[in-house]
Design a protein around this ligand. Structure first.
Ligand code: ADP
Ligand code: MG
Length: 138
């Protein structure tokens, strides 16, 4: 099934000049970018995006980190895009991520782990609409 998923290249990966390598990995895995925007998230925007994690102990640190520098927000399209992207990303903790995954290659810590990826088709729809209008998707 052709699906869409939302990805974010997080501030640590932008800072270390890994944007190009990460987009190359998406394209190499058959995930076609259909929208790309570089932006700086306000703290409130990061809090809204991660609202499901509101009660988690790391919520304040996470949203401070996500608003600490520019990010690249992308919509990726392809067969089984949600799962293909989650597999390509690797585990949340880069130390536990499989070799060759984006987080193993570019993640710095369990918080600064290089990328976000939607975890279901349903959440992908919500996350895509948080950042993009339908008319912005190529
Ligand atoms: P994933 O991004 O793999 O879907 P989660 O949805 O569980 O992981 O968490 C969202 C984000 O919160 C993670 O990508 C990471 O940046 C941060 N995070 C998750 N767990 C922790 C933790 N134990 N300590 C600090 N930050 C965390
Ligand atoms: Mg998640």
């Amino acid at each position: 099934m052709v699906e869409r998923t939302l990805a974010i290249i997080k501030p640590d990966a932008v800072e270390k000049h890994a944007i190009g390598d990460i987009i190359r990995m998406y394209e190499g895995a058959g995930l076609r970018p259909i929208a790309i925007r570089m932006m700086s998230l306000s703290k409130a925007c990061a809090e809204g995006f991660y609202a499901v994690h509101r009660e988690r102990p790391f919520f304040n640190d996470l949203t401070t980190y996500m608003s600490s520098g520019p990010v690249v927000v992308l919509v990726l399209e392809g067969a089984d895009a949600v799962k293909v992207n989650r597999d390509l990303m690797g585990a949340t903790d880069p130390k536990k991520a499989e070799a060759g995954t984006i987080r193993a290659l570019h993640g710095a810590s369990i918080e600064a782990n290089a990328v976000h990826g939607s975890d279901s088709v349903e959440n992908a729809k919500i996350e895509i609409s948080y950042f993009f209008a339908e008319s912005e998707l190529g």
